[in-house]
Design a protein around this ligand. Sequence first.
Ligand code: ADP
Ligand code: MG
Length: 401
Amino acid sequence: MSGLKDITFIEDLELKDKKVFIRLDLNVPMKDGTITDDTRIQGALPTIRYALEKGAKIVLCSHLGRPKTEEDRKTLSLEPVGNRLSELLNVDVQLIENPVSDAAKALLPTLRPNQIVLLENIRFLEGEEANSEKLAAKIASYVDVYINDAFGASHRAHATIVALPHLMKHKAVGYLIKKEIEMLDKILYEPQTPFVVLMGGSKVSDKIGVIENLMDKIDTFLVGGAMSYTFLQAMNVSVGNSKLEKGKINLAKDLLKRLEMREKKLLLPVDHVIVEKFDAEAHTKITDGSSIPEGWMGVDIGPKSAALFAEHIHAAGTVFWNGPMGIFEVKNFAKGSFQMAEALAKSPCISIVGGGDSASAVNASGYADQMTHISTGGGASLEYLQGDKLPGLEALRERRR
Ligand code: ADP
Ligand code: MG
């Protein structure tokens, strides 16, 4: 079983002189008009390069952020992304302000081999998020081939992800989606054992589906981050003022019971880094055990927990990591997450990291290049792992005759 069954790959299509629409996820973090992390642009290059080499006439499309107001049209323009693409690919990038005007149609046939078209932020058009048939039809009228390589957006039923490929005869996935799905399929269908899931982040409720879907496949869950406090509370361990999902305590109890019945282990922190008041410079203390005193809050896993989790990571065949171990955005509370990145780097296991913040934590740790795979799509990778179908992939699937 593979998530790519009956889906065409870009290499199987004829691209020469064809007008090729490539939907990408170039939704990069920006500050004051400058790109702060170009991982997603880098991830898109193999597919663009391939299409360039094959002599395609290329139209690139992406969203950026969540534009709402007129003001957002300035701050969320793809112009800086176009400039970066131009540098990285050494091509001339023509930005088209309005993807539904006739500009793209007119420009495409005249493109020179070192020129590509980039459509302005597709979410500036209302029809994108509404999965508008009309928007899709307009684009379909000026392209021959549709490629989806926007893994990070493929869990959304939007016009350039779903409505457009439905209208296209020639359609395929690019290199990034292929790699992402193949990696995630390893976890879903053939994990090397022991299979360990390292989870953290802010909420249990975000990750329930993944825990449930992987429950029968995993050997051990290691749980840190704020979600561990809800589990600890479910076991009647006090967690002081730590971030807690009070409404999810019964759910946590239920999950613990189901894991126990399967004789699966769920390990929680055995010590914590705590502060009295949340502040980047706050004085920190380390607890003696798993409980947190009244008036204090957990901000990271403690050293004993990090060592315990690292032991399991070293002995694992596969580790999937989603969710930081603490408030890693603050330097003093990032240690536990960095120690997990180091453990993954030093373990011979297959290591797969999913989730936007987890990917940032791994990047900040300096161990990113030692992971087997870091997913570029947080939400999409979680939805896929929890067993949901990705609308963007379903729209590409050809029925077997
Ligand atoms: P991902 O994006 O990788 O899926 P999440 O969004 O679930 O991860 O979780 C990341 C967030 O969880 C971070 O913003 C981090 O600060 C927060 N977090 C982790 N540990 C704690 C904690 N102990 N208390 C409060 N917030 C936490
Ligand atoms: Mg997040």
